[in-house]
Design a binder for this molecule. Structure first.
Ligand code: CA
Length: 679
């Protein structure tokens, strides 16, 4: 029986350092943890099964087990074990070993431990790299069979700085499952390998759509093997986001065309990655090492009971994830696990980056080691995460990989909830509006987003809604966004918070909101389908809603073509102009100059210049004016030969919308004005 899955949506909730500073930290790391102090750790990456010329070798880390049996099976789900082998203990590193003098390709296995007089349930272990259907048994396969043609030469895009990345967050089913998608492999990894696909009304969809839009990286929602979708019942089309991890090191079966064949999901995910790389697009995995779908029944607990999860002093699972448990990255073997697992995805699947769910459940030291180890493989690998938890944790606040601690981390970025909430209104209060939808008072917080939470002489952090100090030492530490899979999508947020407006007005607000994201310093991030004003039927947190709620209706691309073209223009503008992508805080402080605007007299108005060919830009000065008011507002522009880049909901990245000599310019309601001059 599956446990109820109730709290994935909590990922958007922020528990900041200041909010939890009075928690029971003082008692943490005490008696409960003491029982693990003498556990040896094993840093090698050859756990738990490998095949070589001499045969198949098994090694399970389980330091306190009294006995471990290895079961071998012919089938991935049914039938009895054809052989059971007692494994041998090595007390030095806490591992149990067994070898079979033949290559067991095509067979399946489980481990079963006995500890403290208790016989635990069978488990595929925590390092299964291939599994049978529904992931209860690990599979032995030859990985050479899973590589698409040209895989050895496959590489992700070269990007110098994280601020050059443009992230598109997507779920496999959202992108492809609608009848209008024109895609054959609906809801599958293979969906993004289909070229030439079109919507019913002739617009590009799938990978062609991504290329047309111009994003640099897709960030795919959890694609490891998760628990909530029964892979033997795929015709029932059950939808889930996948924040319920089971096997961290193998792809989810329901996204493959045949989950019963362990090789298929691996080969098809690689084909998707190769197709994206061939299109010049990088692939970022959403990883959820912070909790497991099951508590006692998790693979972690079935291999080393109690060790991998945190508990309170009374022995109960702590729950900083809001999903019934949390893992313990501060214990060495869990830290090793996260490091080796992410390295494995890079080496075997050519993954270009990781988005850490509820990253603050992990400790700063672990995250620093993860980033350092990944960058040894390839400095282009990006690591970012949610710098908050969803509840209190035994991990001391000062050790948490919180947003406020990002400057203690190296090579890691966090989501800016500052910009998100200030631009569109509070994430969980549907009726609340933000800067872009006419609510005054958020100007300074939007400016925090514009400077990527770095120190700037003209930004008053004391007026910040979510953060009171410049927490980012570099813009490469910040991901800016107005919406993601969590909570209401942007369209629904605007419909619920602007009930008397028309969709045309809301689309103007959406354009303004994304203009702020794409012109701000830091790394821009957008949610799939917002570029065609997709909705999710007004439902918050659609993690287990059916396809008809989550699927993107691709006919909207023709209906809302103007919206799509604007997003495409914004992305092209950002890519063409390094002024929007400054890599250091010093450059931002020097090259961004805000206009002095009295927010009492002119609320919802921000204007600033990117000056002196910022970051080597071909434009000497770029002026960005953001009017989030329901009325037109006037700004004074310095005299000069300006070209108009964006105005009244239109954008032309080459600056050919017209020209102006400066002076007084009226900016339309809910719109951005961007002008530039070369001298
Ligand atoms: Ca699964």
């Amino acid at each position: 029986m599956k446990k109820p899955i109730f709290a994935y949506f909590m990922a958007a909730t922020m528990l900041s350092a200041s909010m939890v500073a009075t928690s029971q930290d003082a008692s943490a790391q005490s008696n409960y943890d003491a029982q693990f102090v003498d556990y040896p750790s094993y840093a090698g990456d050859d756990l738990e099964m490998r095949v070589d010329k001499s045969g198949t070798h098994f090694k399970l880390w389980s330091p306190k087990a009294d006995k471990v049996n290895l079961h071998l099976y012919n089938d991935g789900r049914t039938g009895e074990a054809y052989k059971t082998i007692a494994m041998t203990f090595n007390s030095t590193d806490g591992t149990w070993s067994a070898s079979v003098a033949e290559q067991l390709y095509g067979k399946f296995y489980t481990f079963q431990i006995e500890q403290g007089g208790k016989l635990y349930a069978e488990t595929p272990g925590v390092w299964a790299k291939a599994v049978g259907v529904n992931g209860k048994r690990a599979a032995i396969i030859d990985f050479a069979n899973t590589n698409p043609e040209g895989w050895t030469e496959d590489r992700g895009p070269k990007v110098d700085y994280f601020t050059d990345v443009i992230i598109y967050e997507m779920h496999h089913r959202d992108m492809s499952v609608h009848t209008n998608s024109g895609i054959a492999n609906k809801g599958k990894f293979l969906a993004l390998t289909e070229e030439g696909v079109r919507s019913l009304n002739g617009e590009k969809t799938g990978i062609d759509h991504l290329k047309e839009l111009g994003i640099t990286h897709v960030h795919i929602l959890p694609s490891y093997d998760y628990n909530s979708v029964d892979e033997t019942q795929l015709p029932s089309n059950v939808y889930n986001w996948g924040y319920d991890p089971m096997n961290y090191n193998t792809p989810e079966g329901s996204y493959s065309t045949n989950p019963s064949d362990p090789e298929t999901r691996i080969r098809e995910m690689k084909e998707m990655i190769k197709a994206l790389h061939d299109a010049g697009i990088g692939v970022i995995l959403d990883v959820v090492y912070n909790h497991t779908a099951e508590n006692d029944g998790s693979n972690f607990n079935l291999t080393a009971p109690g060790y991998y999860h945190r508990h309170w002093e009374d022995g109960n699972y702590s729950d900083a994830s809001g999903c019934n448990n949390e893992t313990a990255s501060d214990r060495q073997q869990m830290r090793n696990y996260i490091i080796n697992s992410t390295k494995y995805w890079v080496n075997e699947y050519h993954i270009d980056g990781f988005r850490f769910d509820l990253m603050a459940i992990h400790d700063i030291e672990t995250m620093n080691q993860v980033a350092a180890e990944l960058k040894k493989i390839d400095p282009r690998i990006f690591v970012y995460g949610e710098g908050w938890t969803c509840g209190d944790s035994p991990l001391k606040v000062e050790k948490r990989a919180l947003k406020e601690h990002v400057s203690q981390m190296s090579g890691i970025a966090v989501f800016s909830d500052d910009l998100r909430d200030a631009v569109k209104g509070h994430y969980s209060n549907a009726a609340d509006r933000g800067f872009a939808s006419g609510k005054p008072g958020n100007e300074e917080t939007v400016k925090i987003g514009i400077v990527a939470a770095t120190a700037h002489p003209q930004v008053d952090y004391s007026k910040g809604q979510n953060s009171k100090f410049p927490y980012a030492a570099s813009p490469q530490m910040i991901v800016n966004y107005v919406s993601c899979h969590d909570d209401l999508c942007l369209t629904d947020k605007l419909r619920l918070s602007m009930p008397d407006a028309t969709d045309a007005e809301r689309m103007a607000v959406a354009k303004l909101a994304q203009t702020i994201v794409f012109t701000s310093q830091g790394t821009p991030f957008m949610f799939c389908g917002e570029e065609i004003f997709r909705d999710k039927k007004g439902i918050h947190n659609t993690y287990n809603q059916p396809d008809h709620v989550n699927a993107i209706d691709w006919n909207l691309k023709a209906t809302n073509k103007d919206q799509f073209n604007y997003y495409k223009g914004l992305i092209a503008l950002r890519k063409a102009h390094p002024a929007f992508r400054m890599p250091t805080a010093e450059m931002i402080a020097k090259h961004i100059v805000f206009d002095k605007i009295d927010s009492e007299k002119q609320p919802n108005l921000i204007a600033y210049s990117l000056v002196d060919n910022a970051n080597g830009d071909s434009w000497k000065e770029i002026k960005v004016v953001l009017n989030g008011a329901a009325t037109a507002q006037e700004v004074k522009i310095k005299k000069g030969d300006w070209m108009i880049v964006a105005q009244d909901g239109k954008i032309c990245p080459e600056g050919q919308l017209g020209t102006t000599k400066g002076g007084k310019i009226t900016v339309a309601p809910y719109s951005a004005l961007i002008i530039a001059r070369t001298k």
